[in-house]
Design a protein around this ligand. Structure first.
Ligand code: ZN
Length: 439
């Protein structure tokens, strides 16, 4: 039963991943799930009238989304999850047609830290948004050229006999995708215009990214694994959203779901976790509900959800001896003395209790003591919102590859943990003492 349920969940997630080739599309996919569940869209530029018992969502730059439910009673606690919508890729420059040797290539630059080699020799395409000028209005329209369109070819081994000893790929030389022959000049703009239903001349600018066309796959001896592009971090975005949608929160609990853009480039943008967008939104909610924002933050808990490194089958030596997550082993709590992860003893204990109560297994990750490891958005968001925070994630392999791998069962683990989290009652009795209750 659990196996077929996990496989079914993986299929649903793969469908979500396929519909979300860029952060813009991920936000559009999530907004649709929220709207289907009765959440109302808000615009940052208008007045908000928020009603108790109703759910709302607001987006920024079309690439970050916040959703929240106004509780029936005055909010006394804040439960919030945060993930990210972006993944490492390559971005097209304003002038992108490079014509040489009767080939037309696209001029791209890197976005975030990809494993370059994983982008070679596989079908790619272009998605993002184009800015269209019509009737004195600039409108951003999402676009996805939904077919195999581009490829970055390797150099043949005969021309680089040392290729299997390791190759340094230069993004300015080795990673420019091939689009067509010299005759293809002007074609991409025509395809974009056709896709959004405007004239070529009406396109004033764009934010366009490459994406991997390889469809997601469920595989392994027992079909226990799945692979896809963008598992980091849309697996967490999707799983926490499902938990948020299914949870029945306590009557005085403000539940908030956040998924931010630009984590892969440091989060310090107007729509990133380093911005005041979340804080400003909380202030508007507090004003509408009469809640005290400092009290909400004190009686609050942030789950920062971003995937973790599962032990690698061929390279176990890269891991800490004791704090090593495995695929399918449940939610991973990530901690680091440097505070690159925001987890502390209290947040780790509190989240472990929530998982235990929900029957979800917990594992722990720490970097090998001589390796720096990664970071995520929890500690960055905390600089504007001083709130108890735990960094979690689901175990995965090949983080920042164009094709990553995780375990089907872990999607169930994440959804159950996220649902249980939003149903928890938390009260700060005094500094260092939290009372918790489960609905
Ligand atoms: Zn991530």
């Amino acid at each position: 039963m659990k196996k077929s349920q996990a496989k079914q969940k993986a299929k649903t997630l793969l469908d979500f991943l396929q519909k979300s080739p860029t952060a813009y599309h991920a936000v559009e996919s999530m907004a649709k799930l929220l709207a289907d569940r009765g959440f109302f869209p808000l615009s940052e530029g208008t007045d908000w009238s928020l009603e108790a018992g109703k759910g709302y969502y607001v987006t920024k730059n079309q690439s970050t989304i916040l959703a929240f439910r106004i509780p029936e009673k005055k909010p006394e606690q804040l439960l919030l999850s945060a993930s990210h919508t972006d993944s490492p890729t390559f971005k097209l420059k304003e002038n992108f047609e490079v014509l040489a040797n009767d080939y037309l290539r696209l001029d791209v630059e890197r976005y975030g830290g990809s494993i370059y080699s994983t982008w070679l020799d596989r079908p790619l395409s272009v998605a993002g948004r184009v800015i269209v000028f019509e009737n004195n209005t600039l409108t951003s329209k999402l676009v996805n050229i939904d077919r195999d369109l581009l490829l970055i070819p390797s150099v043949a081994i005969h021309q680089n006999r040392k290729v299997n000893e390791g190759v340094a790929l230069n993004p300015a030389i080795d990673l420019q995708p091939l689009f067509g022959t010299g005759n293809a000049k002007g074609t991409l703009k025509k395809l974009l215009a056709k896709a959004v239903g405007c004239s070529v001349d009406a396109i004033r600018s764009a934010d366009l990214f490459l994406y991997n066309r390889t469809p997601g796959s469920i595989w392994g001896a027992d079909e226990e694994f799945f692979s896809s592009a963008r598992i980091d971090n849309l697996m967490c975005a999707y799983g926490t959203l499902q938990g948020f949608l299914k949870a029945k929160a306590p009557a005085n609990s403000l539940s908030l779901f956040a998924s931010f853009d630009n984590e892969e480039v440091g989060s310090d943008t107007k729509q990133g976790a380093g911005s005041v967008f979340l804080r400003n939104t909380l202030e508007r909610i507090a004003k509408a509900t009469g809640a005290d924002i400092s009290k909400l933050l004190a009686n609050g808990f942030l789950v920062s959800a971003d995937n973790a490194h599962a032990i690698h089958p061929n390279h176990p030596e890269l891991y800490d001896g004791l704090n090593v997550p495995k695929l399918g082993g449940g939610v991973v709590i990530k901690a680091s003395a440097s505070q690159s992860y925001a987890t502390d003893g209290m947040s780790s204990a509190l989240f472990s209790e929530i998982c235990k109560n929900a029957g979800v297994p917990v594992q722990h990750f720490a970097n090998r003591s001589d390796l720096p490891g990664g970071s995520t958005l929890g500690s960055i968001a905390d600089t504007h919102l001083p709130i108890l925070t735990v960094d979690i994630g689901m175990a995965q392999l090949a983080m920042h590859s164009a094709y990553e791998t995780a375990a089907c069962e872990d999607i169930l683990h994440l959804e159950s943990a996220a649902k249980a989290f939003y149903e928890t009652g938390i009260k700060l009795e005094q500094d260092g003492k939290y009372c918790i209750s489960f609905e």
